[in-house]
Design a binder for this molecule. Structure first.
Ligand code: FAD
Length: 500
């Protein structure tokens, strides 16, 4: 038996850390707060419908990339079908009656964007040129080859060299947040389109990379939803000899002589190990489970100043209708905004799960509307269960009225309604203030290097979206692998990988 490792959290990062540690001869045990694996990559059953509250699309879903190689090592590539997207997203302007579809055809996208904003030729050309420049490039491992602790100057140079043809698309204007970059665009719908192709806070280069992946068909939908993606990695972990205990919440990381020695679970039981890896929420790990004793100025600044992803409300309706031909994702700019807490909601994201028969019985569909919202509104309301439930119902009704305009007769066909709030995200994953993807991926944050170890604490490593700014499936899986790489390095062992 190798050294024993306790891993906190069976999200993607914790499971990945477990798999790679097992491949390298460690004896791991994951303790997970929830009853199922996956963390925020979550699905749940409601009546005869399967609701997917997690992953929208998988990047680097075709063989040939290093990320895909990792999906194979973790057993996900073999057990999932990644479905092609005809349309990435459709934008709708209720007030102006205009529409725009983003498809893998970048020429068409350029024409459609210019038709919306004939004065924006330069901006559109720049964006499309940068997207084209990233086409065909394997950028999924950018900055992820090794954890910061092990990245040598030569490693950084190698990465820079691989990207040398692209450097001009990662500097200057391309480093600005997309919402700043498009702030001078006159047409409000065109601005809405450009800001909402991903989060408005990401740098322009991130959007370029995303658009460049479309013609490469490197973005796929999950036929079996987030659960179908997660279960194979849990199986792979168990096949490698790993153990998981669900319904186990870690309250404290045990430390003796500045060395992590195990965990204390809620209920008081103590479990000992040679090493502890936390793949759970960053704030509660560092300031809760470790009592804030192992921080430096950089860590304090991060947790004080960095913004987190704004939490979401997700309302899923089980509808007795097929929605054939509708795109899987739409962004709707509402003509009649509505209020939630102190905020005015003027846009909706609509996911239509019509691309697989796993989500609903034949002829029926789950459609899911989402929008960003305030944490405090929902967490305060939760103190009063009746008020919380009635606000959920009110919001579900407001949203349904808006959707009725797009799909007349919809309300009469709704058989099931499920409302997940930021409080729901927190309850099942313990991510701080319902931040489902960790840090907000602003240009400064997304390029920041966050160490996986804490100053002064031995035999302890972190993984997951709180040490991988921007989160996301590839990044979180990589961070789990990094944890195992750090372990091997400290133990003077060569790090190995294996495929099932
Ligand atoms: C709606 C949505 C859409 C998304 N879309 C995409 C997408 O299209 N593409 C993409 O790449 N990424 C997407 N993401 C992001 C991606 O899914 C996440 O970044 C990633 O899954 C996070 O994994 P993680 O393991 O770091 O964290 P988590 O999933 O948060 O896992 C942490 C785990 O730790 C457990 N835990 C926490 N505290 C404790 C404790 N004290 N004791 C025991 N266990 C504990 C939690 O229960 C949880 O299971 C999306 C996320 C969401 C929510």
């Amino acid at each position: 038996m190798g050294e024993s490792v306790i891993i906190i959290g069976a999200g993607l990062a914790g499971l990945s850390a477990g798999c790679y540690a097992q491949m390298n001869g460690y004896n791991t045990h994951i303790y997970e707060h929830h009853t199922v694996p996956g963390g925020v990559a979550a699905c749940w059953k409601r009546e005869r419908y399967l609701i997917d509250g997690g992953i929208h699309f998988i990047m680097y879903c075709r063989p040939g990339s290093e990320v895909y190689e990792m999906y194979q090592q973790l057993g996900m590539a073999q057990s999932n079908r990644f479905l092609e997207m005809g349309t990435y997203v459709r934008f709708e302007d209720e007030a102006g009656g205009r529409r725009l579809e983003v498809t893998p055809d970048l020429d068409r996208l350029a024409e459609d964007l210019m038709a919306l904003g004939p004065h924006e030729t330069r901006l559109v050309e720049e964006l499309i040129a940068s997207a084209r420049a990233t086409q065909g490039m394997d950028l999924g491992t950018l900055g992820m080859d090794d954890p910061p602790e092990l990245m040598s100057p030569l490693g950084w140079l190698r990465q820079m060299w691989a990207m040398r043809g692209l450097v001009r698309y990662f500097v200057g204007e391309y480093q600005r947040p997309i919402q700043d970059y498009v702030s001078g665009v006159d047409d409000p719908f065109l601005r809405f389109v450009l800001e909402n192709m991903f989060l408005p806070d990401v740098p322009v280069w991130f959007l370029s990379m995303l658009l460049g992946m479309l013609p490469d068909r490197q973005m796929g939908l999950l036929e079996g939803g987030s659960l179908g993606f997660v279960l194979p990695i849990e199986r792979r972990y168990k096949d490698l000899g790993g153990r998981i205990t669900y319904r186990s919440t870690v309250e404290e990381i045990l430390v003796e002589g500045d060395r992590a020695t195990g965990v204390r679970l809620s209920g008081g039981r103590k479990e000992r190990s040679d090493v502890v890896i936390s793949a759970a929420d960053g704030y509660s790990t560092i300031f809760g489970m470790l009592g804030g004793r192992y921080v430096d100025r950089k860590i304090e600044t991060m947790y004080r100043e960095w913004e987190m992803v704004r939490p979401m409300v997700m309302i899923s309706y089980g509808v007795a209708r097929a929605f054939a031909g509708e795109p899987w994702l739409s962004m709707i700019k509402l003509e009649k905004p509505f209020e939630v807490g102190c905020e005015r909601i003027d846009g909706l994201m609509l996911r239509i799960f019509n691309y697989s028969d796993r989500f609903a019985p034949a002829g029926k569909t789950v459609i899911q509307a989402g929008f960003e919202t305030e944490w405090d509104h929902w967490s305060d309301l939760h103190e009063d269960p009746a008020a919380y439930d009635s606000e959920k119902q009110r919001v579900a009704g407001e949203v349904l009225q808006r959707l009725e305009m797009h799909y007349p007769g919809l309300s009469a066909l709704v058989e099931m309604t499920d409302v997940a709030t930021p409080y729901t995200t927190w309850r099942y994953t313990l991510n701080r203030r319902g931040a489902y993807m960790g840090w907000l991926p602003t240009p400064g944050v997304i390029t920041s290097v966050v160490r996986r170890t804490l100053p002064g604490l031995d035999r302890f490593i972190m993984a997951g979206q709180w040490v991988m700014p921007g989160g996301g499936v590839p990044g979180c899986l990589y961070s789990g692998r990094h944890a195992a790489q750090i372990l091997c390095h400290k133990d003077g062992k060569a790090f190995v990988t294996a495929k099932p």
